[in-house]
Design a protein around this ligand. Structure first.
Ligand code: WNU
Length: 152
C-alpha cells in the first residue's frame, strides 16, 4: 500500500484494535500495513462468492457485510450473519485450502475492506502459533456450523 505516513499510522492503530491482531508484535503489524490493499464495495456487491477459489483475507474498515450460504433444500442462499467494522472474513479458504464456503455481500455503499493476500496472511499467522491455533479451531467450528445448518 502506498500512502502517507498519517494514513499508515491510522491503519496501524485500526489493526491494533482488531481483536485477532491485538497481540501481534509491532514489526509484524507494520509489515501488514505495508502490504495492505484497500477495496471498496457498493451495496449488493459480492466480495466473496461461494464455490470460487480465493487467496485473500479481509478486514472490514468501514460499512457492513452479510454472510449467506447455500443450504440443502433451499433454493436461495440463506443469510447466516452480518459482520461490521473490525470483523474479518475469508480466512477459511486460506486455512482449509478449500474454495470459498459462503457468500460475502456488501450491505452498504462504500464498504471498505483491508485485503491481505495469501502470502502475507501466512506470514502474519504462520509464524504466530497462538493465532494459528485460534483460527484453526474457529474454522473447524465454522465447518461444524455448516453441517448443523444443513441438518436442520
Ligand atoms: C459460517 N460458515 C462458513 C462466517 C468470519 C470470520 C470468523 C466467522 Cl473467524 P471463506 C467465506 C467466509 C468464510 C468465513 C465466513 O465466510 N463465515 C463463514 C461462516 O458459518 N463461513 N463456512 N460465518 S463469518 C466469520 C468466523 O470467513 O471464509 O474463505 O469465505 O470460506
Amino acid at each position: 500500500m502506498k500512502s502517507t505516513q498519517a494514513t499508515q499510522e491510522e491503519y496501524f492503530s485500526f489493526l491494533r484494535s482488531v481483536s485477532l491482531l491485538r497481540d501481534l508484535p509491532e514489526e509484524k503489524l507494520s509489515k501488514i500495513v505495508d502490504c495492505l490493499e484497500i477495496d471498496y464495495f457498493d451495496k449488493g456487491e459480492y466480495i466473496i462468492r461461494e464455490g470460487e477459489e480465493g487467496n485473500t483475507f479481509f478486514i472490514i474498515a468501514k460499512g457492513e457485510v452479510c454472510v449467506t450460504q447455500t443450504t440443502e433444500g433451499c433454493t436461495e442462499p440463506r443469510e447466516i450473519k452480518t459482520l461490521g467494522v473490525g470483523d474479518y472474513f475469508g480466512e477459511k479458504a486460506l486455512i482449509s485450502e478449500d474454495v470459498r464456503s459462503a457468500n460475502i455481500i456488501s450491505t452498504e455503499n462504500d464498504t471498505q475492506c483491508l485485503v491481505v493476500d495469501r502470502d502475507n496472511f501466512n506470514q502474519m499467522v504462520g509464524t504466530y502459533e497462538e493465532l494459528q491455533a485460534y483460527l484453526k479451531e474457529y474454522v473447524e467450528e465454522l465447518s461444524r456450523c455448516d453441517v448443523r445448518r444443513n441438518a436442520l
